[in-house]
Ligand binder design. Structure first.
Ligand SMILES: *Cc1c(COP(=O)(O)O)cnc(C)c1O
Length: 358
């Protein structure tokens, strides 16, 4: 089940000069500064072969590679933390490993063996461990991805791929409570499509509707189902949850919805704390009625980057619906705080979510 055996890496080239001294890892903006090293594994002739750790830099590849033209690209997003005992730990990394391979199957890409994913990640983290923020709210964001690298302008599955891991420290992730707009003209995903996988195209297509919502004063959209436009699905690139009365309600995992690891984590905590959890279709009507009769206590997005993103205002058809202030919310702030303490090693990790790296 769990492979933590060290991976033999074919070639390790360390940077001559670390860039760490130029950075305050507790303060860098999210996703813009990368650690000194990356991990790369190459796929050709039907198998994963050469592995390397090398200095972060530009990719040596042709402008004709299929990843750039036809979106044969998939990725993951996960985090490492520094505990109060100065250990480097990963949060539920096997979930990301499994999901990457689910994405690979749907996108006709080769699955990565566990020893390469986990072994490469562990070695890379050991080398760049000093990049993990020490701050209470900081984390190291990890972006594993696979790209199709055949140099050929023809629409067919590539025969060569690269699996790469890059990492970026993230300081405190401030997120103001969100104002979100329920979107019913554009769709993020459709039944039978690729909404359940982390394929590049899902994110490119979401930008234009989001900009339109931003022009109306919202930060994000709430996506609805493409057939009836009656059911909410996700918010931006986060799963969506509501607390209505004493129930935690979230759209069930259909193929239009990405199975978030944070989503699963939040639901496990909700069940532990004896909330009623419902995973099923959630209609716009139900949410707005709960707002009107005062039972809608909380709405929030869940995802690795923000953990919990509180929703303050929901817009639908030219009307705004205000939710209770964050200070009055009981569930999501408790989730946020509990997860922070587990990741920092301040309270016992009873679920076994954390994996020690070094
Ligand atoms: C990544 C992602 C999420 C959140 O998944 P986590 O595993 O919790 O980070 C939710 N929705 C979409 C569309 C995503 O891409």
């Amino acid at each position: 089940m769990i492979t933590t055996a060290p991976l033999h890496i074919d070639k390790i080239t360390l940077t001559k000069k670390s860039r760490l001294a130029d950075q305050d890892v507790n303060k860098v903006p999210f996703g813009k500064v990368f650690t000194d090293h990356i991990f790369v594994a190459e796929y050709e002739n039907g198998k994963w072969g050469k592995t390397s750790i090398e200095p972060y830099g530009n990719a040596p590849m042709s402008y004709a590679v299929s990843a750039l033209h036809y979106g044969q690209t998939i990725f993951e997003g996960m985090k490492a933390f520094r505990t109060i005992n100065n250990e480097t730990v990963l949060f539920r990394p096997y979930e990301n490993y499994n999901r990457l391979n689910k994405s690979a199957v749907r996108m006709a890409m080769p699955e990565v063996p566990e020893e390469i994913f986990m072994g490469g990640l562990m070695e890379l983290l050991k080398i760049d461990k000093d990049w993990v923020p020490t701050d209470e709210f900081g984390s190291l964001y990890i972006r594993p991805f696979i790209i199709a690298t055949d140099e050929a302008i023809g629409v067919r599955p590539s025969e060569t791929y690269k699996f790469v891991i890059i990492m970026a420290p993230a300081g405190k992730y401030y997120s103001e409570p969100l104002k979100v707009l329920i979107e019913s003209s554009y769709f993020r995903s459709v039944e039978g499509g690729v909404g359940f996988v982390k394929n590049g195209g899902n994110y490119g297509r979401s930008l234009y509707p989001t900009i339109l919502a931003q022009k109306k004063g919202y930060q994000q959209v709430i996506w609805t189902d493409s057939k009836t436009h009656q059911y909410v699905e996700e918010s931006g690139t986060m799963n969506l949850m509501f607390v209505i009365g004493n129930k935690v309600i979230t759209p069930g995992l259909e193929d239009t919805i990405l199975a978030g690891i944070t989503r699963d984590t939040v639901l496990k905590l909700a069940r532990l704390w004896n909330y009623d959890v419902e995973e099923r279709k959630v209609s716009i009507k139900e949410v707005l009625e709960a707002h009107d009769n005062g039972t809608l206590k909380e709405a929030f997005g869940t995802g690795t980057a923000a953990t919990i993103a509180h929703i303050q205002t929901i817009g639908y058809k030219d009307k705004d619906y205000e939710l209770p202030p964050i200070e009055e919310r009981k569930f999501s702030p408790k989730v946020d705080e509990t997860l922070r303490q587990i990741r920092k090693g301040k309270i016992t990790d009873t679920f076994g979510w954390m994996l020690k790296v070094c």
